[in-house]
Design a protein around this ligand. Structure first.
Ligand code: NAD
Length: 337
């Protein structure tokens, strides 16, 4: 069976790591019919806009996208295309797994997944300054929007994810002791969903500041975490830092009508075109895409092949202390699929 999917190679190191990823997907034997589209800087050069309608139409049709990192100009220029895509397709669950792959770091057995609500909270854009007594920026106010429906759907996603991936526990992370209305509603809604999974997936809850501390003391205690937008943003970067950083961190943005898979890192302009980028994060994102379309065995094989290439075969790119090029690493992974 061949599935149609949109492919955005991206900017900077995007084309290099995407090419390497297509190669290993070929090796695991799952076929995709790629509809190649553009976004970011590459799209500005080709179509005069960072997010062409053809790209949106393609994702609308295929509902599935593997995306490379896209450059966002700092200061002026266009808004983040990655954020625009999340909003356009209502990709409400941002899923970021964190797992120890390279031995010898501070933590040996980290294997957790953070599910971050991706559309509500403090990221809705209601962020204002007010003028008082001639000072145009004397007061600032941000509004956080939390809905029962939004909280329940991301909680349901987290529990379904746990069930499908053999995970044992979902921890609901909140600040309901202080933010009684917003965080309180999130906690109450998520707990209601948790009850529906009694006996199937265990659950507990933790206050966000305690969670941040527990993550750096005993990260092995966490399995799946579900939380609101800002807390998830911060905790998922903290978690990536526990296991060796960006080159190994994949992410998925999932909604009802579409899903976009990508590496957490950016376009790395400092190493673009040199052939030394680590394609692991993009490959791990592709493995999540395989899970998403029901190819769980192929997803697991790809993850195992990446681990074996790094740990057993000791084929590592520069960021992991090795000297392998992007293509040499891809070949090593392909051999192990
Ligand atoms: P970055 O993630 O691109 O790079 C940070 C550092 O990590 C750099 O030193 C880079 O060389 C290194 N690095 C990143 N990925 C690597 C890989 N796969 N292998 C080896 N080293 C790697 O972050 P930045 O420099 O802050 O951002 C560059 C551009 O990327 C900006 O325009 C930013 O807006 C964009 N960006 C896009 C996304 C996305 O599309 N999802 C995410 C983050 C940043």
């Amino acid at each position: 069976m061949t599935r149609e999917a949109t492919l955005i190679a991206g900017d900077g190191i995007g084309p290099e790591i995407t090419q390497a990823t297509i190669e290993v997907l070929g090796a695991v034997g799952v076929k995709f019919d790629w509809d190649e589209q553009y976004g970011g800087m590459a799209a500005v050069e080709k179509a005069g806009t960072p997010l062409p309608n053809a790209t949106l139409d393609s994702i609308r049709r295929t509902k599935l996208c593997l995306k490379g990192p896209l450059t966002t100009p700092v200061g002026g220029g266009y808004r983040s295309v990655t954020v625009a895509l999340r909003q356009e397709f209502d990709l409400y669950a941002n899923v970021r797994p964190t797992k120890t792959i390279v031995p010898g770091g501070r933590f040996q057995n980290v294997d957790l997944v953070i599910v971050r609500e991706n559309t509500e909270g403090l990221y809705v854009g209601l962020d204002y300054t007010f003028k008082i007594a001639g000072d145009r920026r004397a007061l600032a106010q941000a509004m956080s929007i939390v809905t029962r429906e939004g909280s329940e759907r991301v909680a349901r996603f987290a529990f379904e994810y746990a069930k499908a991936h053999g995970r044992k526990k979902v921890t609901i992370v909140h600040k309901a002791n202080i933010l009684k209305a917003t965080s309180g509603l999130f906690l109450e809604s998520a707990q209601r969903i948790a009850k529906q999974y009694d006996g199937i997936v265990a659950s507990d809850d933790k206050i966000v500041d305690n969670t941040a501390m527990q993550l750096v003391i005993k990260p092995e205690q966490f399995d799946v975490i579900v939380t609101t937008n800002l807390f998830g943003d911060i905790l998922s970067d903290e978690a990536a830092g526990l296991v060796g950083g960006l080159g190994l961190a994949p992410g998925a943005n999932i909604g009802t009508h579409a899903a976009i898979f990508e590496a957490v890192h950016g376009s790395a302009p400092d190493i673009a075109g040199k052939g030394i980028a680590n394609p692991s994060a993009q490959m791990l994102a592709a493995a999540m895409m395989l899970d998403h379309v029901g190819e769980l065995d192929a997803g697991n094989r790809l993850r195992r092949a990446i681990e074996t290439a790094i740990v057993q075969d000791n084929v590592r790119t520069k960021d992991l202390g090795g000297s392998a090029t992007t293509t040499e690493f891809a070949a090593a992974v392909a051999r192990r699929t």
